[in-house]
Design a protein around this ligand. Structure first.
Ligand SMILES: [Fe+2]
Length: 131
């Protein structure tokens, strides 16, 4: 079952919440394409989109955390670097593997789990900073 954004994931910063919604949507889209056995090029372009979009989102979010002197800001940056490394490794796997569907399971358990866990444990601390 696809995960959807809900208010329980809110950081109380609308722009961050909107970006989180978009990232969740795109990961769901990616999983759908993989489930349907879509072509590598289609899957690759969603991964490329996610790569670009999350880089922009992380930069925005890091700037907001820094502006509000959020104590979790440094940890947030470290975690973001881990996510971008994951995306880079998926891009490489996709380029190396003969079947695009091989990456499905890893991504399914990995990207969405990472994102939800990150929002709950780190990003939601924004609430206390922007109050
Ligand atoms: Fe974050």
């Amino acid at each position: 079952m696809a995960i959807t954004w809900s208010s329980k994931y809110s950081t109380n910063v609308d722009s961050v919440d909107e970006q989180h919604k978009k990232i969740i949507e795109e990961i769901n889209h990616l999983l759908d394409l993989m489930k349907q056995g879509k072509a590598r090029s289609e899957i690759g372009s969603v991964i490329d989109f996610l790569d670009n979009y999350t880089q922009k989102h992380f930069a925005d979010e890091e700037e907001i955390m820094a502006r509000y002197n959020c104590p979790i800001a440094e940890e947030n940056k470290k975690q973001h670097a881990i996510f971008l490394t994951k995306i880079a490794s998926y891009k490489k796997m996709l380029a190396d593997q003969s079947s695009a569907t091989v990456v499905t399971l890893d991504i399914k358990q990995d990207l969405m789990d990472w994102l939800i866990n990150h929002i709950e444990k780190i990003d939601m601390q924004l609430k206390n900073c922007v109050e």
